[in-house]
Design a protein around this ligand. Structure first.
Ligand SMILES: Cc1ncc(C[n+]2csc(CCOP(=O)(O)OP(=O)(O)O)c2C)c(N)n1
Ligand SMILES: [Mg+2]
Length: 588
């Protein structure tokens, strides 16, 4: 066969049916046979979008997502998306055709060294060193992406697609994951047997290992509250009595207050990332005296950020089963207080819901000024500017069943964390630790390709929306209907919040004077709805989802919001300004 055929046949062996990218001469020989191989290459507007789509595709399907582009700029356009996928633990395979071997180093067209730019954000980089090794490297990239749950890179000098080789197509090799070592599991079970107030943190590993049921069984045995780790709101069903909501930035006070009482913590499938456990709502809730049992499939995460008592290198599902088995039939110290703890959990949850209901708008001085200002203005559409929290509550109430939601980086998107609840795993695709604006929309497009029967909704602020809105054309061109909610507050709000808190409201580069995003959406061939009355929020979302599910149409729901701002992202990382030079003395 030819190396192009070996490449394509290895993708087929791995069950690839969809990939995202923009065509290029560098891989045209292989691309020519994608269709007969049963592979659809979905062309996007910008390769960053393709990378995020592959990420969304992987996150919802639990399988690898694929992105490909032209050597040089097509590939460098993907760097941000691959970094984002890395921190979302997404098995994205990026195929990077590169300059031909006979020209490399001479400064030819679109020539660049493509390995260093992904070095930090990949679990494995397969560089095809000889055309005869095409299938071997291709297969390994799939295997490693799935084994390590992260991006891998397949780098192919463009002349290596041509020729004639002998090749065996490797069959996919997938890890048979286990519960971890018996010794650590025994130690964990002993700790749990003596715990008075155990709390479970259900992390992304629970989603990836499809371990919600097993997590639930363990929680029910212990009567333990279950909190979602930061931005893994879909790691436990929100309707379950033991569910308490997410930890971390703009998370659930009930979750944090209950975790603060823990004497033993089970971090199931969580790396306990540093950002996700920062103090919130004025609560420094991490139980420093509690004994932590951390379970992660990656041994390098055990004890990395938080001090732990027991580290279990295991699959969340298998480990949860192994722990439940070890506790079965035993008397546990916490058995006697089950009813009491149940009441505590319910009352904390009820208190937080009440607080959320009453928290209709932000109350800090800047936000109050912004609300006053909004009252004096009339938006272009004639209605009024809405309070983000009320908008988020209405959206929550209008969410369809089985929904998939992606969120971006921004102030309103962060506040949304309190209002996004899920019944099923693989439903929530937030921009994770890489934290790039522009993540949500292309990611939900990829998710929709993988799960066309599920309603797909993205959230983005107007700034982040500007970075990604052009992929509306991808939705329209290729019949991938989604619903995009845009919080139009006329500012890069999240960063402006720092200027409020630390820079005496000296606003630099924070204002956004936008056109109507509904209208821009319509110009791209989508539907567009502008919402400027609170009672229209729910109906607008429902209408947009109806358009998506029943008419196959993408709809941009633009919601006009006041400029009020919730708590900031990085209070931990900023300092009050000090100016030493005379000319800057006023800038404090
Ligand atoms: C690619 C990228 N550029 C810049 C930032 C810094 N940043 C974080 S949040 C934010 C503002 C987001 O504004 P918007 O999307 O309008 O949402 P809002 O905060 O107004 O709700 C910026 C610029 C980032 N996270 N990612
Ligand atoms: Mg904004």
């Amino acid at each position: 066969m030819t190396p192009s055929e070996a490449f394509v046949e290895t993708m087929v062996a791995n069950g690839v049916t969809d990939m995202f990218g923009i065509m290029g001469s560098a891989f045209m020989d292989a691309m020519d046979i994608f269709a007969p191989a049963g592979i659809r290459l979905i062309p996007v507007v910008h390769e960053q979008g393709a990378g995020h789509m592959a990420d969304g595709y992987a996150r919802v399907s639990g399988r690898h997502g694929l992105v490909i582009g032209q050597n040089g700029p097509g590939i460098s356009n993907c760097v941000t998306a691959i970094a984002a996928a890395y921190w979302a633990h997404s098995p994205v395979v990026i195929v990077t055709p590169e300059a031909g071997t006979m020209g490399m180093g001479l400064g030819g067209f679109q020539e660049c060294n493509q390995l260093p730019m992904f070095q930090e954000f990949t679990k494995y980089q397969g560089h095809v060193t000889h055309p005869a090794r095409m299938a071997e490297y291709t297969g390994r990239c799939f295997d490693r992406a799935m084994a390590e749950m992260g991006p891998t890179q397949l780098n192919i000098p463009r002349d290596y697609f041509y020729g004639e080789i002998e090749a065996e197509i490797p069959q996919p090799s997938r890890l048979d994951r286990g519960p971890g070592g018996a010794k650590s599991l025994d130690e964990a079970a002993e700790l749990l047997a003596t715990a008075r107030f155990p709390v479970i943190i259900s992390g992304g590993g629970v989603v990836m290992a499809d371990a919600v049921e097993e997590c639930q069984a363990l929680a029910e045995r212990l009567g333990a509250p279950v909190v979602n780790s930061y931005l893994h709101n879909d790691s436990f069903p929100a309707s379950h009595p033991l569910w308490c909501g997410p930890l971390g930035y703009q998370g659930s006070k009930a979750a944090m207050k209950l975790l603060a009482q823990a004497d033993v913590v089970v971090a199931l499938g969580s790396r306990l990332g540093p950002f996700g456990t920062l103090p919130q709502h004025g609560l420094d809730y991490w139980p420093t005296n509690a004994k932590v049992i951390q379970i992660d499939a990656d041994h390098k995460m055990l004890g990395l950020v938080k001090k732990i008592a027991v580290g279990i290198c295991g699959d969340a599902k298998a480990s949860a089963i192994a722990l439940s088995e070890r506790l079965a039939g035993r008397d546990l110290a916490c058995d006697t207080t089950k009813a009491e703890r149940h009441d505590t959990i319910q009352s904390e949850k009820a208190a937080w819901e009440r607080e959320l209901d009453e928290w209709t708008h932000e109350r800090d001085p800047f936000s109050l000024d912004a609300i006053d200002e909004a009252k004096r203005e009339t938006p272009f559409s004639g209605g009024e500017y809405l309070h983000p929290r009320q908008v988020l509550r209405e959206l929550e109430k209008a969410m369809p069943e089985d929904v998939m939601v992606s969120t971006d980086i921004g102030n309103i998107n962060s506040v949304a964390n309190s209002y996004l609840r899920f019944e099923k795993p693989r439903s929530f695709f937030a921009a994770m630790s890489f934290g790039n604006c522009g993540y949500a929309f292309p990611t939900i497009i990829g998710a929709k390709v993988a799960a066309p029967h599920r309603p797909a909704i993205s959230y983005a602020g107007d700034g982040a929306w500007g970075m990604s809105l052009m992929e509306t054309m991808t939705c329209v061109r290729h019949n991938i209907p989604v619903t995009a909610v845009v919080f139009h507050n006329r500012q890069w709000g999240a960063e402006k919040k720092n200027q409020v808190d630390f820079y005496n409201r000296r606003f630099v580069a924070g204002e956004l004077d936008n056109q109507s995003f509904a209208e821009i959406g319509r110009a791209m061939g989508a539907e567009g709805i502008t919402v400027d009355r609170l009672e229209d929020v729910g109906p607008a979302l429902k209408r947009a989802v109806d358009l998506q599910m029943n008419e196959g149409k993408t709809c941009i729901v633009e919601i006009l919001c006041t400029r009020e701002l919730g708590d900031p992202f990085r209070r931990d990382a900023l300092k009050k300004p000090v100016r030493l030079l005379e000319k800057y003395q006023d800038y404090v």
